[in-house]
Design a binder for this molecule. Structure first.
Ligand SMILES: C[S@@+](CC[C@H](N)C(=O)[O-])C[C@H]1O[C@@H](n2cnc3c(N)ncnc32)[C@H](O)[C@@H]1O
Length: 402
């Protein structure tokens, strides 16, 4: 692959920063009218589950009282702040290249602090710091207020792919995400699945895939000979994203992450992740609360967001299967439900180009120390003693969750 000039590279990062800086934040009413209202909620649900489960995992494996610290790399306008609040973290550092987004993230945080102050109940809010920087070109550790800062979780949502523009950028981004993680800590994220995107490119004569909500267009010349870095494609998502992005070849990411002491825990395409998590009661309930799925058939007086019957063909097939003669006996016990939650096919196709991943820090590369899972006996002893010391906090916690 031909080397990219520094000028060309600078142009890509500034194009991305400019795009996100200029992106207007629309109010809830406007968002409700959007063709991708449910898709955005669905993607948000994916993040909520990923973030919530990671927090639970860190709490479970911790032997100390947990004061969780988080790095939100490419935080955007702070769309995940509430998720972190729900997880009762203690500290967050938010970083993003787009200055305007960082300012909006800061204001959003300030509003949360003000609201918490006005709340009557004890409603602890985490402390926060904000950094406007290109996380692929600047070392974040040099910018933290406390240079010894360490994190339990680093999170990079819908953004990691920007760093695969070049090897040095990918390396620095990974260093930023991983070098200050505590041993046993996690680096989690959501990013486009290069296998899925390339499959879609190869299935199309003009190396372009998409529908009325999204499109991906390959910018290279040879779809059968894709470079490991700088494999650019243009991504468009209805009113939200219109930027150059880069394919992340996961085996390379895995190898590079090893150099920072990280081990892949899982890498799951969104369809697989959804199938697994939506079966779990608490996550299922959240799907409803977040309006992550559309009601099908639509309630009276409302219209479906999809533009054509094809958008709901699979939903119809699924519904009809339940009353089919060939249906399994256990399915026949149920009859065709009056209404189900679904996504239009176009939104589903847009969402399923993504995957969720989690890496764990299993080695401190400076000291060589390895992570060992605390054994269950130690954990239960710790939990037992916490139950005694936490009695005073119990009523406080119950208020927050009710
Ligand atoms: C799709 S948005 C996701 C924002 C947020 N993580 C979320 O899930 O809502 C992508 C974000 O990545 C940020 N970004 C892109 N390239 C970056 C870079 N090199 N350094 C830091 N942030 C970057 C953009 O400014 C934008 O806020």
């Amino acid at each position: 692959m031909a080397e990219q000039s520094t000028q060309e590279q600078a142009d890509h990062t500034s194009t991305v920063a400019k795009h996100y800086n200029e992106l207007q934040e629309s109010g809830l009413e406007k968002r409700k009218e959007s063709r991708i209202f449910h898709l955005r909620n669905f993607n948000n649900w994916m993040k909520s589950v990923l973030i919530g489960e990671t927090i639970q995992t860190v709490c479970r494996q911790s032997q100390e009282r947990v004061d969780l610290s988080v790095l939100d790399i490419c935080c955007g306008k702070g769309g995940d702040l509430l998720k972190w609040k729900k997880g009762q973290i203690s500290k967050i550092v938010c970083a993003d290249i787009a200055e305007t987004s960082v300012e909006q993230c800061h204001s959003r945080y300030q509003e949360m602090v003000d609201r918490a102050r006005n709340d009557r109940g004890p409603n602890r809010i985490f402390s926060a710091e904000f950094i406007a920087a290109d996380c692929t070109k600047k070392r974040l550790k040099d910018m933290y207020k406390d240079s010894n800062m360490s994190f339990d979780i680093a999170s990079c949502q819908f953004s990691f792919h920007y760093c695969f523009e070049s090897y040095p950028q990918a390396k620095l981004m990974l260093q930023n995400a991983c070098e200050c993680l505590k041993l046993g800590g996690y680096f989690i994220g959501t990013t486009p699945d290069s296998y899925e995107i390339v499959r879609r490119f190869r299935d199309s004569p003009d190396h372009r895939a998409g529908n009325d909500v999204y499109s991906v267009t390959f910018c290279g010349e040879d779809v059968d000979n894709i470079p490991l870095f700088g494999a650019k494609y243009d991504f468009h998502l209805e009113g939200v994203v219109d930027c150059p992005e880069f394919l992340v070849y996961f085996p390379v990411l895995e190898k590079m992450a090893e150099e920072f002491g990280m081990k892949l825990v899982y890498r799951k395409p969104f369809d697989e992740y959804f199938a697994e998590k939506s079966e779990m009661g608490e996550h299922r309930a959240l799907l409803g609360r977040m309006s992550a799925l559309e009601c099908y058939p639509p309630p009276e007086g409302t219209a479906l967001v999809g533009n054509c019957p094809e958008d709901y063909k699979d939903t119809e097939i699924g519904l009809n299967k339940l009353k089919d003669e060939d249906a399994r006996p256990e399915d026949l016990k149920r009859h065709r439900p009056a209404r189900v939650g679904t996504l239009s096919q176009a939104e589903w196709d847009a969402s399923t180009i993504y995957l969720a991943f989690a890496f764990q820090k299993v080695k401190d590369i400076n000291t060589g120390k390895l992570w060992t899972e605390p054994n269950s006996k130690e954990r239960s002893r710790k939990r037992h003693s916490d139950q005694h010391t936490d009695t005073a906090e119990c009523s406080d916690k119950q208020q927050k969750t009710s």
